[in-house]
Design a binder for this molecule. Structure first.
Ligand code: CAA
Length: 379
């Protein structure tokens, strides 16, 4: 067992840390308040290679391992989880799904510009009445010659307006249950495709979350990913890896809040000494540090399993379940350590607390992670 990072992994982590401080930190409070997407920052993240980190260099990617990706996600999420979710969806869901299951033509046309961050991708599974129960899709696509005609609505889509390429999961034969679901690549601007309202959210307010409407959108058959009927399995496989990214995001939110609480506790004095010298605060810091370290081990283990080509489905669900709970617990405690200052925007921890909540909801709620884990255990 080796707990050391490689030099390359450390270089990626340090580059992400430096970028987060110099480029994401300035303006992060304003972007949150105004619900403004970090467009310029995401562009720079693409230039630095953060948008297609694990993609084969043959398709313009960074050719890095999942451990490096996790380290970068943690560092960026410490500062700006709105930017890191755009990165996570692009890397783990869109690029990974296309690289693993896309045709050569799809990779040439879509993966290459996605991997450089020149364009952004979105993953469209959830619907108004189908979130956790992903087989209950109402969006449907029926074949007419060389096209599928796509109709339906998708909800809570990350990168909903800023994306150029959308991976859309839809029913192609409702009688076949999950074997009647297929995946398609849809481009922004196609006739009948309308980006709906932007969600006004509790957290990750800078991320661009929209509903999408498809009315008789003509999707060429060559834009189907894999065989007809493969869409549900495609989504499940893709989400297994996506959960590693979100687990790393949760870890970053937790460690960002912890670092702020630790620094504050050394500065703030009460009863004649820094509050870090009071056992009440020391116990909080000890609990925070321990749970963060445990979450980090689960996140890294799931990334390592993926890099080794081993089964990581229930390991990534464990990592996401635990890290997202830690993100919630640690951010709440970080606000508490800050006292009244924790409740105001200027000190950042209230934002991290709001951002933490979504990590227990998207890419499968905590309850869904428990289903995946228990299936892994009972298999
Ligand atoms: N990995 C791989 N395959 C899986 C799988 C997993 N974790 N879970 C299920 N499958 C496969 C099964 O093996 C089965 O395949 P075969 O028929 O080929 O054997 C198939 O999927 C159907 O399995 P089930 O009958 O068990 O499926 P189910 O209907 O009971 O659902 C579920 C299982 C785990 C609850 C699933 O519906 C699920 O994960 N739901 C949550 C969906 C989700 O995460 N949505 C988030 C939206 S995306 C998002 O948030 C992105 C964003 O913008 C940030």
């Amino acid at each position: 067992m080796n707990f050391e990072y490689t030099e390359e992994q450390l270089a990626v982590r340090d580059a992400a840390r430096e970028f987060a401080q110099s480029e994401l930190f300035p303006g992060v409070i304003e972007r949150d308040t105004e619900a403004k997407f970090p467009k310029d920052q995401i562009k720079k993240m693409g230039e630095l290679g953060f948008m297609g980190m694990m993609v084969d260099p043959a398709y313009n990617g960074g050719g890095m391992d999942t451990v490096s990706y996790v380290l970068a996600m943690e560092e960026l999420s410490k500062i700006d989880a709105s930017a890191s979710v755009a990165m996570s969806v692009n890397n783990s869901l869109v690029c990974w799904g296309l690289e693993k299951y896309g045709s050569e033509a799809q990779k040439e046309k879509y993966l290459k510009p996605l991997a450089t961050g020149e364009i952004l991708g979105a993953f469209c599974l959830s619907e108004p009445e189908a979130g956790s129960d992903a087989t209950s899709q109402k969006t449907e696509a029926h074949r007419e010659g060389d096209f599928y005609i796509l109709n339906g609505t998708k909800n809570w889509i990350t990168n909903g307006n800023t994306a150029s390429v959308y991976l859309v999961i839809a029913q192609t034969d409702v009688a076949k249950g999950h074997k009647g679901i297929s995946a398609f690549i849809v481009e922004k601007g196609w006739e009948g495709f309308v980006v709906g309202k932007k969600e006004d959210k509790l957290g990750i307010r800078g991320s661009d979350t929209h509903s999408l409407m498809f009315t008789d959108v003509k999707v060429p058959v060559e834009n189907r990913i894999g065989e007809e009927g493969f869409g549900f399995n495609f989504a499940m496989e893709t989400l297994n890896g996506g959960r590693i990214g979100i687990a790393a995001q949760a870890l970053g939110i937790a460690s960002g809040a912890y670092e702020l609480a630790l620094a504050y506790s050394k500065e703030r004095k009460a009863f004649g000494k820094p509050i870090s010298q009071h056992q009440a605060i020391q116990f909080k810091l000890a609990d925070m540090a321990t749970s963060i370290e445990a979450a980090r081990l689960l996140v890294l283990k799931s990334a390592w399993l993926k890099d080794q080509g081993k089964d990581y489905a229930h390991a990534s669900a464990m990592a996401k379940l635990y890290a997202s709970q830690v993100a919630m617990d640690v951010t709440v405690e970080a606000v508490q350590v800050h006292g009244g200052y924790g409740f105001v925007k200027e000190y950042h921890v209230e934002r991290l607390m709001r951002d933490a909540k979504i990590t227990q909801i998207y890419e499968g709620t905590s309850e869904i992670q428990k289903i995946v884990i228990s299936r892994g255990i009972l298999r």
